[in-house]
Design a protein around this ligand. Structure first.
Ligand code: HEC
Ligand code: HEC
Length: 254
């Protein structure tokens, strides 16, 4: 027990050691694992096994990693996860020079290159229950909320106006977003629009600003992203983004 406690305190809760491990994993694991199963193979890496590496950034229970700008993934639809992994792998997403977190994800997506591996990890993510609490350090603070790297871009310290007006946000949502994301923001697979209600406000505000500015969704190969980007233009200013996200955040789902 003592040894396990020690490992837990020193390795899992020490942010510095986790970052070093993550870096080593990112350098060595993607190529080694990707080579293990060729692109056309019907076999892939086990989803749960692979997720242990994804968890360094996205949280071990898929609850998100705020310091690395990594969104929560738990409960995300498998079809959407698959499409995003293909988008990062194919260079349709995460390649804009302003999108440093997206670039980090693009490197990590190399771990899931063959179809079977992508499917396995996507299914595992969908099976994780959303809403796990953020990881805490031994001092009881949320583990690592300060970014461990320097990111020089307006998106790095994106602060939208406060307070946000969820009532105005509801009007915006019901006027536009429902058409694809559904009345309760539960998404629509036929239209390729993901569920929004398990996402964090911080991540959604940045993505909406990305879509609006062409950082995401402007690559000619990104069919679904470009559809979303067209509608992000409806959000005329930062206040509108803050308002619509405040509304999405307030949606109660049974
Ligand atoms: C180095 C840290 C890191 C690792 C490791 C990592 N990710 Fe990510 N991931 C991110 C970041 C940061 C983003 C957000 C990118 C952006 O803002 O566009 C992201 C985004 C995503 C998204 C898109 C989510 C959405 O709502 O559109 C998916 C899906 C995803 N990651 C899956 C994975 C999987 C599966 C793995 C393991 C194979 C993994 N990630 C490993 C950092 C990481
Ligand atoms: C024409 C259909 C359509 C409309 C209308 C639409 N969206 Fe989307 N939205 C999408 C699609 C498709 C995606 C996924 C894009 C991709 O695959 O990269 C998306 C992605 C998103 C994302 C990123 C989710 C993530 O996990 O990264 C957010 C946030 C979002 N939409 C919010 C909105 C809001 C707010 C509105 C209303 C102002 C809206 N959408 C209107 C189709 C739509």
């Amino acid at each position: 027990m003592l040894v396990i406690n020690w490992l837990d305190d020193v390795i899992v809760k020490s942010i510095v050691i986790r970052k070093i491990l993550m870096f080593l994993c990112l350098v060595f694991v993607p190529s080694a694992w990707a080579q293990q199963y060729p692109v056309g193979s019907d076999e892939g890496i086990d989803g749960e096994e692979l997720f242990a590496v994804c968890g360094f950034c996205h949280g071990m229970q898929g609850q998100g990693g705020p310091a690395l700008d990594a969104p929560p993934l738990a409960g995300m639809e498998a079809w959407y996860v698959e499409r995003q992994l293909r988008a990062f792998n194919g260079g349709f997403r995460g390649m804009h020079p302003d999108d440093v977190p997206g670039l980090q994800m693009s490197i990590a997506s190399g771990m899931a290159r063959n179809n079977a591996t992508i499917r396995n990890v996507a299914r595992h993510i969908e099976s994780l229950p959303p809403g796990a609490l953020p990881e805490l350090t031994s001092g009881g603070e949320v583990a690592g909320t300060a970014r461990p790297f320097i990111w020089r871009s307006k998106y790095a310290s994106l602060e939208h106006p406060q307070p946000a007006d969820a009532t105005r946000g509801k009007e915006l949502f019901q006027g536009t977003c429902v058409a694809c994301h559904g009345a309760d923001g539960q998404g629509n697979e036929m239209l390729g629009a993901p569920k929004l209600t398990d996402q964090t406000a911080r991540y959604m505000r940045r993505q909406l600003q990305y879509f609006k500015d062409g950082v995401r969704g402007s690559n000619p190969g990104d069919t679904y992203g470009s559809q979303m980007a067209a509608f992000a233009k409806v959000l005329t200013d930062e206040q509108a983004i803050a308002d619509v996200v405040a509304y999405i955040d307030s949606i109660e789902v049974d």
